[in-house]
Every structure is written in C-alpha cells, then in structure tokens.
Design a protein around this ligand. Structure first.
Ligand code: ATP
Ligand code: FE
Ligand code: MG
Length: 349
C-alpha cells in the first residue's frame, strides 16, 4: 500500500509518502532553530510552528513523490506518545485529509515508527528480532515477535538515553540538542579518562536486572565530577568528560541489547531513535555482536531522528494487514507500545 504519513509528536514537522518499504518522498521541517534560544522544546511554540508549515509540507511531499491523492491508499498520523498539542496538529490534518479524500486512516504509535525505520533500508527484514529504541524520551528493549506483536524486555527506570545526553550537554554548557555535540567532542576525547557508574538496577533477590537501565545516577556523577574538576581551577577537560560519559552509556546499552538477543535466541538487533546515530553506540554494538554472530542494523541518520517515512512504513504494514483507526481517535501523551493495537478497529492482533 502507498501511505502518506504526518509526524508532529515533538519539534519536527514531517510528511512522507512510502510505498510499503520504499520511500517516495520524505519532507522534514525542523524547529530546532526556533527552540534553541530556549534551550529545549517549548510545547506551545511547537504546536504553532507545526500549524504554520503543515500545508506546505503536505504539498511538498506529494510534489516530490510526483503523486496525486488518487495514488494514495491510506493516510496516517502519529497519535501517541508526545506533546498533545503538537500531536493534535498532525492528527487533525491526517483525519481531515482521510475524510476529504475518502481514504482509510491510521493513527500510529511513534515508537512503532522508530522501530520501522530499519525496514526502509533493509526491506527484507522480518520479525522476530530485538529492537533497541533509544530516543529523546524513551529507552527500551523490545522483542518484536511478529508484525505488531511486542514484548518490552527492558527499559530505563528514570532518564531516557537521549535525555541523558541533552542534560549532560546542558551542564557542560554545550547547547541543544546535546547528543550530536557530545558525539562530536568525544571524537577527540579519551573514553577511559574518567570512570563513571553504568547505572545497574539491583534486584530485591540480589544481582542486577539484566535489561533495565538508569541514567540519572550517571548524570549526577558527571555533575559531581565537573564540580570537583572546576574546584581545581584548571580548564575543564570537556572532550574527555564527553567521551567518558558517552562510552558509559554506549557500553550499558550494548551489553543489555546483546543479552536480550542471546536470551531470546534472536539473530538480529535493530536500533531505532535519535541516539541510534551515536558513533560510540554503533562501535560498541558491532564489536559486542560479532563474537555471537548477531546482525546489527542501524538506520541511516535521516531515519533515526524524527521523520514521517518511518511512520508511513509502519502504517503501510498495518494497512496491508487490514488495520484501520476510527476517525474519533484522539491524541495521547503516553501509551505503552504493547498497547498500540488499541488504536485500531476489530481486525489483527
Ligand atoms: P521520542 O521519540 O522518545 O518521543 P524524540 O523524538 O525527541 O523522543 P528523537 O528525535 O528520536 O527523540 O531523538 C532525539 C534525541 O537523540 C535527542 O535527545 C538527541 O540529543 C539524541 N541524539 C541525536 N543524535 C545523537 C548522537 N549522535 N548521539 C547521541 N544522541 C543523539
Ligand atoms: Fe522520536
Ligand atoms: Mg526530535
């Protein structure tokens, strides 16, 4: 099926057209510059910006794909999780277009979109596989048992991986968003310069949770380290701090993803979300996977961060399986990925 999808869960206004797993157009209008002056995303500003560029982005997606409405089999929009005001802009646009052009409508779970990013460059990919979702708001390890059938094996107990990057960048006064900046500075830093806590989750019966993560302790440890180093009066070794922090996050995530794949006997690990762009995470995962003959798939950068092509790809798969959402579907700030089937009428799982 050919799907036009709209993504407005946060600060990217995105519209794309995808035929099953093949991208026909992928328009992303980023608001990063608008929010940078505030050091983070301002929800009201995000909603208004989505509204301002929505019509143009839809027209551009159709024009770049050289398609008209008669070529579109279904319309999709991200409906959860995210900023409700921001989600509502894309969701309302999608539902209106579906009504106007009499096409089936599908609301899509944003994390299902991140999970589908790998299909765009690896069209032969099929479940089962393990997905490591690492974004600005989420950090989860998911066993993808079949299309649309998920089991969450592990997740963060506090900050998401991307959130940790952004917070550490802020305390180092590096700017927003922090991930790409820390990644760049770490290239000329020593990842072994400082020993930082990985954030293991202790279990009441002893030992540690094999898949869950915690990053708030790590963030605090970086803060303490910075305070201690500042007290010496010498120049802050920002690159070494960035490299040590990044390496700690990458090691923690890689170890847990490999454990999931081995324990569940899956041969493939798929990465999704903005932090999938991180170079240390890529290096650690590839090195750790090799001895176990595990395949690791990283989507290219443009499909790692928020985009509508991944949403359209997830929607095309659902449309092919007969899923439809009611036009009364609302936006929700939170929803577990394992509840995504609730977004559809009757049919499938
Ligand atoms: P969610 O998908 O959970 O709603 P989000 O959509 O805001 O959150 P994404 O757009 O997937 O998250 O990713 C943005 C996050 O990725 C930011 O926290 C950013 O710092 C981080 N990020 C981007 N590039 C890198 C990188 N190279 N290294 C580490 N983190 C990165
Ligand atoms: Fe996202
Ligand atoms: Mg984003």
């Amino acid at each position: 099926a050919t799907v036009l999808a709209i993504e407005t869960s946060c600060d990217e206004t995105a519209v794309a057209i995808v035929k099953n797993r093949e991208v026909s157009s992928n328009v992303v209008s980023s608001q990063i510059a608008v929010h940078q002056q505030y050091g983070g995303v301002v929800p009201e500003v995000a909603s208004r910006s989505h509204l301002e560029v929505m019509d143009g982005a839809i027209a551009q997606a159709l024009a770049e794909a050289e398609l008209s409405w008669s070529d579109i089999d279904g319309i999709a929009a991200t409906c959860t999780p995210g900023l409700v005001g921001a989600l509502l802009v894309g969701l309302t646009a999608g539902k209106t277009l579906a009504m106007l052009h009499q096409k089936p409508f599908l609301g899509i779970h944003h994390l299902e979109g991140h999970l589908y990013a790998s299909y765009l460059t690896e069209p032969s990919l099929e479940p089962p596989f393990i997905c490591l979702l690492v974004s600005g708001g989420h950090t989860s390890l998911i066993d993808v048992q079949d299309s649309g059938i998920y089991e969450t094996l592990g997740q963060t107990r506090d900050d998401a991986a991307g959130e940790a990057f952004d917070k550490v960048a802020r305390l180092l006064k590096l700017g927003y968003p922090g991930g790409p900046i820390i990644d760049r500075l770490a290239k000329s830093g020593n990842p072994k310069a400082f020993k930082l806590p990985e954030g293991k989750i202790g279990l009441p019966e002893g030992g540690y949770h094999p898949y869950d993560t915690s990053f708030s302790g790590l963030k605090t440890a970086v803060l303490r380290l910075v305070e201690k180093l500042k007290a010496t009066g010498e120049e802050l070794p920002v690159n070494d701090i960035a490299a040590s922090f990044q390496d700690t996050v990458a090691r923690a995530l890689s170890k847990r993803a490999i454990a999931c794949a081995r324990d569940r006997h899956r041969d493939t690990i798929v990465i999704g979300g903005g932090v999938a762009a991180n170079s240390a995470l890529r290096q650690h995962l590839l090195a750790d996977a090799a001895p176990h003959n595990l395949r690791v798939l990283f989507p290219p950068l443009k499909y790692c961060t928020d985009n509508a092509a991944m949403i359209a790809c997830a929607a095309a798969d659902r449309l092919n399986r007969g899923d439809r959402s009611p036009l009364t579907l609302g936006a929700q700030s939170r929803m577990a990925l394992t509840d995504a089937h609730q977004l559809y009428l009757g049919n499938s799982n």
